[in-house]
Write a protein that binds this ligand. Structure first.
Ligand code: NAG
Ligand code: NAG
Length: 405
């Protein structure tokens, strides 16, 4: 499944070869011009944000713009980590400059995302079709506990699994997490029909892809700045809930230890050691790319080709998500939830234990902060992609869903 599914028009090449040749020349010229005017200035850092119009624009009509921003991000991902981060800091996608995501203006031409998530699934949830449900991909320490509370306000507690929205079938300790991320689709389908639960959450396993449930599953997730999330995981599990509370390891030590363990102990073979995954570098790429049988993305080692391939898979899968919200922009996600028929769309901020805190990663890591950013460069590319994709999903026009199926 590519980003250009069903979007690109085919040119009939057999009937009028000379017309076709002329079309090809014109398209090539347009592409060259486009590169000159749009892509190169962005790459040089002359332009900090893509040009925007004052009001939402119609669907883009120029195929030349499709893919250019994504190609730029992939070029950045191919640079050495320090250069890549410097390029991202120049804000080529205009995400750092956003003051209020609800007021972002959809650009007329340059779009990052071409694909539209499955509308049948949204409609199914909205009109309570049997078998329709929302899959929440929970990245630990990115606001997922609040998401469950938020979902309950909207669909009712009876339509959600009682344990943090995670189905408990087959749990080792009854009533806790049955690890829905490891289930076969048939089991998930049966669960949803039997329990009539509208939400299922997957925290400890990688996203399994769910390709054969696309018409029934609304996909949602919340993502956070990669190093902020790591430091928050450290504060929660490495300090607050550390059995050796009096003498905790430093953030650097704890995170380094988790990252090594995650690579030495692939999750498919050590499914109970989820904490190591939670503290690993490039956790979001791992979470979105390595599930559904993509075992090689458990640990790419020093192979940058493998890392970039994982990044592409993660982007490709996230393109299918109906809601992929940056943690601190969740207030702007209301239009996406309203499509599901949800009306109580003010975000909830709830934590399972301890107090709400926004960890200050720079303060915690000090001079090691940049080193951690570099070690998470693929997550930073994904994080940049995700914020821009979110803005487009929220602010660019989409087909309405008014009619029952
Ligand atoms: C963001 O913009 C929306 C829409 O104009 C507005 O309702 C909201 O109050 C703004 N939020 C902040 C924090 O300024
Ligand atoms: C690196 O990863 C790529 C993509 O997964 C793979 O094709 C290639 O064989 C790997 N190279 C090495 C040396 O392992």
């Amino acid at each position: 499944m590519g980003s250009d599914d069903g979007k690109k028009r085919r040119v009939e090449l057999s009937l009028y070869p000379w017309v076709s040749a002329a079309v090809v020349v014109v398209v090539l010229l347009a592409l060259v011009q486009y590169r000159k005017r749009v892509v190169e200035p962005i790459r040089r850092g002359d332009v900090t944000a893509p040009r925007t119009s004052s009001k939402p624009a119609p669907e883009p009509s120029k195929p030349a713009s499709e893919g250019a921003l994504k190609a730029l991000l992939l070029e950045i991902a191919a640079m050495p980590a320090r250069e890549a981060l410097a390029a991202l800091d120049r804000d080529p996608l205009g995400v750092e400059a956003v003051q209020n995501a609800s007021e972002w203006a959809c650009p007329t031409r340059e779009r990052l995302v071409a694909r539209v998530p499955n509308v049948d699934a949204e409609r199914g949830l909205r009109f309570r079709r049997e078998g329709a449900f929302l899959w929440f991909e929970h990245l630990s320490k990115a606001g997922g506990t609040s998401f469950c509370a938020f979902a309950r306000k909207n669909v009712g507690a009876r339509r959600t699994p009682p344990y943090y929205c995670m189905p408990s079938d087959g749990a080792k300790i009854a009533g806790t997490d049955g690890r829905v991320g490891r289930w076969k689709s048939a089991q998930l389908r049966e669960y949803v029909r039997r329990t009539k639960h509208a939400i299922v959450a997957n925290e400890w396993d990688a996203f399994p892809g769910l390709d054969d449930l696309r018409d029934d599953a609304v996909l949602a997730t919340v993502v956070r700045d990669p190093v902020d999330r790591l430091v928050s995981a450290y504060k929660f599990w490495g300090r607050l809930h550390n059995p050796n509370k009096k003498n905790p390891r430093s953030a650097q030590d704890w995170l380094g230890m988790k990252d090594r363990a995650a690579r030495q102990r692939p999750h498919r073979r050590f499914p109970d050691d989820f904490l190591s995954q939670v503290g690993r570098n490039n956790f979001a790429v791992w979470k979105f790319a390595s599930g559904g049988g993509n075992d090689k993305f458990e640990d790419c080692g020093d192979n940058a080709t493998c890392d970039r391939e994982a990044l592409l898979v993660a982007i490709d899968r996230l393109e299918a998500f109906h809601v992929a919200a940056p943690m601190l922009w969740q207030h702007a996600a209301a239009p996406l939830y309203r499509r599901l028929g949800w009306t109580d769309t003010a975000p909830v901020h709830r934590v399972p234990t301890g107090t709400i805190q926004n960890s200050d990663a720079k303060l915690e890591l000090g001079q090691d902060y940049e080193r951690f950013r570099e070690a998470n460069v693929f997550d930073y590319v994904l994080w940049t992609w995700l914020r821009r994709a979110f803005l487009e999903r929220v602010r660019c026009p989409r087909p309405p869903i008014d009619d029952p199926p």
